[in-house]
Design a protein around this ligand. Sequence first.
Ligand code: URA
Length: 208
Amino acid sequence: MQITVVKHPLVQHKLALLRAENVSTNKFRLLTEELARLLAYEATRDLPLESTMIAGWCGPVEVQQVKGKKLTVVPILRAGIGMLNGVLDLVPSAKISVVGLARNEETLQPEPYFEKFVGNLEDRLALIIDPMLATGGSLVATIDMLKRNGCKDIKAIVMVAAPEGVKLVNDAHPDVEIVAASLDSHLNEQGYIIPGLGDAGDKIFGTT
Ligand code: URA
Protein backbone atom coordinates (compact mmCIF):
# COMPACT_ATOMS: atom_id res chain seq x y z
CA MET A 1 0.00 0.00 0.00
CA GLN A 2 1.16 3.51 -0.79
CA ILE A 3 0.68 4.68 2.79
CA THR A 4 3.28 6.03 5.18
CA VAL A 5 2.17 5.77 8.80
CA VAL A 6 4.24 8.23 10.82
CA LYS A 7 5.29 6.46 14.02
CA HIS A 8 7.07 9.45 15.56
CA PRO A 9 6.28 9.55 19.31
CA LEU A 10 4.89 13.10 19.15
CA VAL A 11 2.54 12.14 16.32
CA GLN A 12 1.30 9.08 18.21
CA HIS A 13 0.92 11.06 21.45
CA LYS A 14 -1.14 13.80 19.81
CA LEU A 15 -3.30 11.22 18.05
CA ALA A 16 -3.92 9.53 21.41
CA LEU A 17 -5.12 12.86 22.87
CA LEU A 18 -7.42 13.36 19.86
CA ARG A 19 -9.05 9.97 20.42
CA ALA A 20 -10.28 10.83 23.93
CA GLU A 21 -14.07 10.81 24.27
CA ASN A 22 -14.41 14.19 25.98
CA VAL A 23 -11.80 16.23 24.10
CA SER A 24 -12.97 19.86 23.85
CA THR A 25 -13.44 21.70 20.54
CA ASN A 26 -10.51 23.99 21.35
CA LYS A 27 -8.19 21.11 22.16
CA PHE A 28 -9.29 19.05 19.13
CA ARG A 29 -8.66 22.03 16.86
CA LEU A 30 -5.22 22.74 18.33
CA LEU A 31 -4.17 19.08 18.17
CA THR A 32 -5.38 18.80 14.57
CA GLU A 33 -3.19 21.75 13.65
CA GLU A 34 -0.17 20.36 15.52
CA LEU A 35 -0.60 16.93 13.97
CA ALA A 36 -0.98 18.45 10.49
CA ARG A 37 2.32 20.29 11.01
CA LEU A 38 4.16 17.09 11.93
CA LEU A 39 2.59 15.10 9.09
CA ALA A 40 3.46 17.87 6.60
CA TYR A 41 7.07 17.66 7.78
CA GLU A 42 7.04 13.99 6.77
CA ALA A 43 5.16 14.60 3.50
CA THR A 44 7.73 17.18 2.37
CA ARG A 45 10.78 15.06 3.23
CA ASP A 46 11.77 14.51 -0.43
CA LEU A 47 11.41 18.05 -1.76
CA PRO A 48 14.37 18.57 -4.08
CA LEU A 49 17.27 20.68 -2.79
CA GLU A 50 19.84 22.77 -4.63
CA SER A 51 23.21 24.11 -3.52
CA THR A 52 23.79 27.86 -3.55
CA MET A 53 26.55 30.11 -2.27
CA ILE A 54 25.53 32.82 0.17
CA ALA A 55 27.43 35.41 2.18
CA GLY A 56 27.72 33.93 5.68
CA TRP A 57 29.05 35.49 8.87
CA CYS A 58 32.62 34.32 8.14
CA GLY A 59 32.54 34.62 4.34
CA PRO A 60 30.98 32.67 1.47
CA VAL A 61 29.24 29.47 2.53
CA GLU A 62 27.54 26.75 0.48
CA VAL A 63 23.99 26.05 1.66
CA GLN A 64 21.10 23.78 0.59
CA GLN A 65 17.77 25.33 -0.28
CA VAL A 66 14.48 23.92 -1.56
CA LYS A 67 14.74 23.91 -5.34
CA GLY A 68 12.00 26.16 -6.69
CA LYS A 69 9.36 23.41 -6.32
CA LYS A 70 6.06 25.20 -6.07
CA LEU A 71 3.44 23.87 -3.75
CA THR A 72 -0.29 24.01 -3.43
CA VAL A 73 -2.13 22.88 -0.31
CA VAL A 74 -5.57 21.46 -1.11
CA PRO A 75 -8.01 21.34 1.83
CA ILE A 76 -11.15 19.29 1.17
CA LEU A 77 -14.11 21.17 2.69
CA ARG A 78 -15.04 21.27 5.44
CA ALA A 79 -12.75 19.34 7.77
CA GLY A 80 -9.58 19.87 5.72
CA ILE A 81 -9.63 23.54 6.74
CA GLY A 82 -8.77 22.39 10.27
CA MET A 83 -5.38 21.17 9.07
CA LEU A 84 -4.54 24.17 6.90
CA ASN A 85 -2.70 26.45 9.34
CA GLY A 86 -0.55 23.60 10.60
CA VAL A 87 0.66 22.83 7.06
CA LEU A 88 1.13 26.52 6.19
CA ASP A 89 3.38 26.94 9.25
CA LEU A 90 5.92 24.79 7.38
CA VAL A 91 5.32 26.08 3.85
CA PRO A 92 4.09 29.65 4.39
CA SER A 93 4.33 30.71 0.76
CA ALA A 94 2.33 27.75 -0.58
CA LYS A 95 -0.74 28.68 -2.60
CA ILE A 96 -4.10 27.24 -1.58
CA SER A 97 -6.55 25.35 -3.80
CA VAL A 98 -9.94 24.46 -2.32
CA VAL A 99 -12.28 21.57 -3.14
CA GLY A 100 -15.83 21.04 -1.88
CA LEU A 101 -17.63 17.76 -2.57
CA ALA A 102 -21.15 16.56 -1.87
CA ARG A 103 -22.61 13.12 -2.34
CA ASN A 104 -25.03 12.75 -5.26
CA GLU A 105 -27.88 10.85 -3.60
CA GLU A 106 -28.76 9.02 -6.85
CA THR A 107 -25.30 7.85 -7.90
CA LEU A 108 -23.90 7.92 -4.31
CA GLN A 109 -20.72 9.38 -5.85
CA PRO A 110 -19.04 12.56 -4.55
CA GLU A 111 -19.55 15.49 -6.91
CA PRO A 112 -17.78 18.85 -6.73
CA TYR A 113 -19.88 21.86 -5.66
CA PHE A 114 -16.80 24.07 -5.34
CA GLU A 115 -13.36 24.01 -6.91
CA LYS A 116 -10.83 26.79 -7.04
CA PHE A 117 -7.38 25.74 -8.16
CA VAL A 118 -4.29 27.91 -8.31
CA GLY A 119 -2.46 28.30 -11.62
CA ASN A 120 0.48 26.27 -12.93
CA LEU A 121 -0.69 23.03 -11.35
CA GLU A 122 1.59 21.11 -13.73
CA ASP A 123 4.63 22.57 -11.91
CA ARG A 124 3.37 22.06 -8.38
CA LEU A 125 3.38 19.44 -5.68
CA ALA A 126 -0.21 19.25 -4.38
CA LEU A 127 -0.66 18.36 -0.72
CA ILE A 128 -4.29 17.33 -0.22
CA ILE A 129 -5.43 17.63 3.38
CA ASP A 130 -8.44 15.90 4.94
CA PRO A 131 -8.39 14.55 8.50
CA MET A 132 -10.25 11.28 7.81
CA LEU A 133 -9.69 8.90 4.88
CA ALA A 134 -12.84 6.79 5.22
CA THR A 135 -14.35 5.30 2.00
CA GLY A 136 -11.79 7.20 -0.09
CA GLY A 137 -14.44 8.56 -2.50
CA SER A 138 -13.68 12.23 -1.79
CA LEU A 139 -9.95 11.76 -2.01
CA VAL A 140 -10.17 9.88 -5.33
CA ALA A 141 -12.49 12.59 -6.72
CA THR A 142 -10.08 15.33 -5.59
CA ILE A 143 -7.10 13.57 -7.16
CA ASP A 144 -9.13 13.11 -10.38
CA MET A 145 -9.85 16.86 -10.43
CA LEU A 146 -6.22 17.82 -9.79
CA LYS A 147 -4.97 15.49 -12.52
CA ARG A 148 -7.60 16.78 -14.97
CA ASN A 149 -6.18 20.25 -14.30
CA GLY A 150 -2.63 19.14 -15.09
CA CYS A 151 -1.21 18.28 -11.67
CA LYS A 152 1.27 15.40 -11.79
CA ASP A 153 2.74 15.32 -8.30
CA ILE A 154 0.20 14.67 -5.54
CA LYS A 155 0.34 13.54 -1.91
CA ALA A 156 -2.45 13.22 0.62
CA ILE A 157 -2.06 14.03 4.30
CA VAL A 158 -4.69 12.51 6.59
CA MET A 159 -4.79 11.98 10.33
CA VAL A 160 -6.57 8.61 10.33
CA ALA A 161 -7.07 6.21 7.41
CA ALA A 162 -9.32 3.17 6.99
CA PRO A 163 -8.01 0.23 4.93
CA GLU A 164 -11.08 0.47 2.65
CA GLY A 165 -10.21 4.06 1.72
CA VAL A 166 -6.52 3.36 1.25
CA LYS A 167 -7.39 0.51 -1.13
CA LEU A 168 -9.75 2.66 -3.20
CA VAL A 169 -7.12 5.40 -3.55
CA ASN A 170 -4.28 2.95 -4.24
CA ASP A 171 -6.32 1.15 -6.91
CA ALA A 172 -7.32 4.38 -8.68
CA HIS A 173 -4.10 6.36 -8.15
CA PRO A 174 -1.14 4.15 -7.22
CA ASP A 175 1.23 7.11 -7.76
CA VAL A 176 -0.26 9.08 -4.86
CA GLU A 177 1.38 8.61 -1.48
CA ILE A 178 -0.82 8.86 1.60
CA VAL A 179 0.82 10.15 4.79
CA ALA A 180 -1.15 9.31 7.95
CA ALA A 181 -0.81 9.18 11.72
CA SER A 182 -2.70 5.87 11.84
CA LEU A 183 -4.14 3.11 9.68
CA ASP A 184 -7.17 2.05 11.72
CA SER A 185 -9.21 -1.16 11.74
CA HIS A 186 -12.25 -0.71 9.47
CA LEU A 187 -15.36 1.32 8.63
CA ASN A 188 -18.63 0.68 10.47
CA GLU A 189 -22.03 0.53 8.74
CA GLN A 190 -22.44 4.29 9.12
CA GLY A 191 -19.13 4.93 7.36
CA TYR A 192 -17.23 5.95 10.51
CA ILE A 193 -13.66 4.81 10.95
CA ILE A 194 -13.24 2.41 13.89
CA PRO A 195 -11.71 3.29 16.33
CA GLY A 196 -11.22 6.61 14.50
CA LEU A 197 -12.03 10.00 15.96
CA GLY A 198 -15.78 10.30 15.36
CA ASP A 199 -16.90 13.15 13.11
CA ALA A 200 -13.72 15.20 12.74
CA GLY A 201 -15.49 18.10 10.98
CA ASP A 202 -18.01 18.45 13.81
CA LYS A 203 -15.25 18.30 16.40
CA ILE A 204 -13.11 20.91 14.65
CA PHE A 205 -16.00 23.31 14.05
CA GLY A 206 -17.83 22.60 17.32
CA THR A 207 -21.04 21.56 15.59
CA THR A 208 -21.73 18.42 17.63
N1 URA B 1 -15.52 11.36 8.45
C1 URA B 1 -15.27 11.60 9.76
O1 URA B 1 -15.23 12.73 10.19
N2 URA B 1 -15.09 10.52 10.55
C2 URA B 1 -15.11 9.26 10.12
O2 URA B 1 -14.91 8.34 10.91
C3 URA B 1 -15.36 9.04 8.74
C4 URA B 1 -15.56 10.11 7.93
